[in-house]
Design a protein around this ligand. Structure first.
Ligand code: SF4
Length: 241
């Protein structure tokens, strides 16, 4: 069975593969809010075959040699230009993040992106997550990945005035308000992905995901989330759906 799925997620578009895991159980940094509105726990994701496929993906990710097998598959399937990590699920452990470091590093011609809440304090304290922030930092610094900190109104950090450039320093956990860092503030080396009630909640540093306004604009056409930011618009916002 293939590790990467192409064509199962219409939002992604052509030549973009996805790797998903079961939602919630693999999300150590989840908030009550994101668990409540998680699209990956309803609709299509409740079909038995989809649940089985996600469970198999988790087993695959936990088996020794995951990075090797995934890298070999990407090298074989040359039509895959980009990989969306975790349309469902999240980085559930430090050694798992290290597998992705190996996959991303081994495939410099493929672009990767993913949104994560595993930067949060609750994730850092979860079983198997010791040092996960350092591992996420290492992953985020690879040249062919864009890694995003998912936030929502339950995290301390919110949209409103994030206007600093993305920092490459792991120690500088600057928050979106510019005040001293709090445990809930995403580190400055991650771009921010926010979930809002309406677009008026985001400032000029945010791109409003165009797919939510026009389904014909797929990620393959848009490309914003898997390319480095070229302007002060470094963040992305989604409406609750
Ligand atoms: S902003 Fe663009 S790349 Fe990012 S999720 Fe929306 S359509 Fe996809």
């Amino acid at each position: 069975m293939s590790i990467f799925k192409v064509g199962t997620n219409t939002k992604l578009g052509k030549r973009i593969a996805a790797f998903s895991l079961p939602a919630v159980s693999t999300c150590p940094g989840r908030t009550r809010l994101c668990e409540g509105i998680c699209y990956a726990t309803s609709g299509f994701f409740r079909f038995k075959n989809v649940r089985n496929s996600l469970a198999s993906a988790y087993e695959e990710a936990c088996k020794p040699g995951f990075a090797l097998r995934a890298s070999e598959e990407l090298r074989r399937r040359r039509s895959i230009e980009a990989v969306r990590i975790h349309p469902s699920g999240d980085f559930f452990g430090t050694s798992y993040v290290r597998e992705w470091i190996e996959i991303v590093r081994s495939n410099p011609n493929v672009r990767f992106w993913g949104y994560t809440r595993s930067w949060r304090e609750s994730a850092q304290q979860a079983d198997g997550c010791e040092g996960i922030l350092d591992a996420l930092h290492e992953l985020s610094q690879l040249p062919n990945i864009e890694l995003w900190a998912s936030i929502d109104e339950e995290t301390a950090a919110r949209t409103g005035s994030r206007d600093q450039e993305v920092s490459s320093e792991p120690e500088e956990a600057s928050d979106v308000t510019g005040s001293s860092a709090s445990p809930e503030s995403p580190p400055g080396w991650l771009r921010v992905a926010d979930v809002v009630d309406d677009w008026s909640q985001v400032d000029s540093t945010f791109v409003q995901c165009p797919n939510l306004k026009n389904r014909a604009i797929t990620c393959a056409k848009c490309t914003y989330c898997f390319k480095p930011a070229k302007t002060k618009k470094i963040n992305v916002a989604f409406t609750k759906h």
